[in-house]
Design a protein around this ligand. Structure first.
Ligand SMILES: Nc1ncnc2c1ncn2[C@@H]1O[C@H](COP(=O)(O)OP(=O)(O)OP(=O)(O)O)[C@@H](O)[C@H]1O
Ligand SMILES: [Mg+2]
Length: 256
C-alpha cells in the first residue's frame, strides 16, 4: 500500500461568514505529483497556508509523516521536511542568485558564521548551492542580483531556495504564474525532474494542459470544498468539474 506522507482530515477555515476551506480530507501519497485546480478564490492558497502553518484551521487536523502537525509552527514544518513556494515571488532582491540559494542551503545545514565551524560544512554548502543552481537552470545567472532577473528567473530562484532545504514534500503555488510563455517549459522541466528524483509534489496550477502532462492525480477545489479527485483524464472529463468551471467562467483553462 502506498505510503501517505501528508494527510488532512476535515480541514477547514472560515473568514467571518466565508468558509474559504471547508471539510477537506486529502491523503497525499509519497512520490506522487498531485495538482490542485480550481477557479479564482476557490481556497487553494488558503489550503496551502493551513498545511504549511501560516494559518490556523477552524476545524480539522493535518498529519505529516504520520504526526499531527496541526499546531506546529511553519518553521518546525519546514524542518520536518515541508517545502513551500508562494504565489508571489519571495527572494532577497539585493542579493545575487548564488547568495540567495547559498543562504537557504546554509540555513538547512545549520551553518552559522562561527569561527570554529567545520570547514567541510562550508564546502558542503557551496557544493549544494552549485548543485541547486544547475537544477534550476540558473548557473549562468549566479552573479546577477535577484532584482535584475526576469520574473521567470526569480520564480526559478525561489524554487531553488526551497529545493536547497531538501524537502520531502514540495508545495508549489502557481509556479508559472506571471511567467512569459517561453519561460514556462523550463519551469515544467524543473518540476518534472524534482518529481522524478523522488520528491512528493503538490502543485496549485491553472494551466490544464501543463497539469495533465505532469500530474498523477487532480483534485478540484470549488468554494473551499473538493468536488472531484482522481486521475487527470477522468477528472478533466467529469461533468461536475466542467459545470463548476463553466460557472467560474474558466472553461478555456480546463479544455486548453
Ligand atoms: N486572510 C484572509 N482574510 C479574509 N479572507 C481571505 C483571507 N485569505 C483568503 N481569503 C478569501 O478566501 C477565499 C479563498 O482565497 P484563496 O486565496 O485561497 O483562493 P485561491 O483559490 O488561491 O485563488 P487564486 O486562484 O485567485 O489564487 C477568497 O474569497 C479570499 O478572498
Ligand atoms: Mg491562490
Amino acid at each position: 500500500m502506498a505510503e501517505i506522507v501528508l494527510k488532512t482530515e476535515n480541514l477547514g477555515i472560515s473568514f467571518g461568514a466565508l468558509k474559504a476551506v471547508h471539510d477537506v480530507s486529502l491523503e497525499i501519497e509519497k512520490g506522487k505529483l498531485t495538482t490542485i485546480l480550481g477557479p479564482n478564490g476557490a481556497g487553494k492558497t488558503t489550503f496551502f497556508n493551513l498545511v504549511s502553518g501560516l494559518l490556523k484551521p477552524t476545524t480539522g487536523k493535518i498529519y505529516f509523516k504520520g504526526t499531527d502537525v496541526t499546531h506546529l509552527s511553519p518553521i518546525k514544518r519546514v524542518e520536518a521536511g515541508m517545502g513551500r513556494s508562494f504565489q508571489l515571488t519571495n527572494v532577497f532582491p539585493t542579493l545575487t542568485t548564488y547568495e540567495n540559494i547559498r543562504l537557504a542551503a546554509q540555513s538547512h545545514q545549520k551553518v552559522g558564521y562561527k569561527i570554529f565551524t567545520n570547514h567541510m560544512k562550508y564546502k558542503e554548502v557551496n557544493l549544494k548551492t552549485e548543485e541547486i543552481l544547475e537544477r534550476v537552470l540558473l548557473k549562468k545567472k549566479k552573479d546577477t542580483l535577484a532584482c535584475d532577473l526576469t520574473h521567470g528567473e526569480q520564480r526559478k530562484l525561489e524554487l531553488g531556495m526551497v529545493l536547497a532545504l531538501d524537502p520531502e514534500v514540495l508545495l508549489l503555488d502557481e509556479p508559472t504564474a506571471g511567467m512569459a510563455i517561453e519561460e514556462v517549459p523550463a519551469m515544467i522541466d524543473i518540476i518534472r525532474e524534482t518529481h522524478t528524483m523522488g520528491t512528493t509534489v503538490v502543485l496549485i496550477e491553472h494551466k490544464m494542459d501543463m497539469v495533465k502532462i505532469l500530474s498523477d492525480r487532480l483534485v478540484i477545489l470549488v468554494n473551499g470544498a473538493v468536488i472531484a479527485d482522481g486521475d487527470p483524464k477522468s477528472v478533466s472529463e467529469d461533468p461536475e468539474v466542467l459545470k463548476a468551471y463553466l460557472g467560474g467562467g474558466v472553461l478555456d483553462e480546463v479544455t486548453a
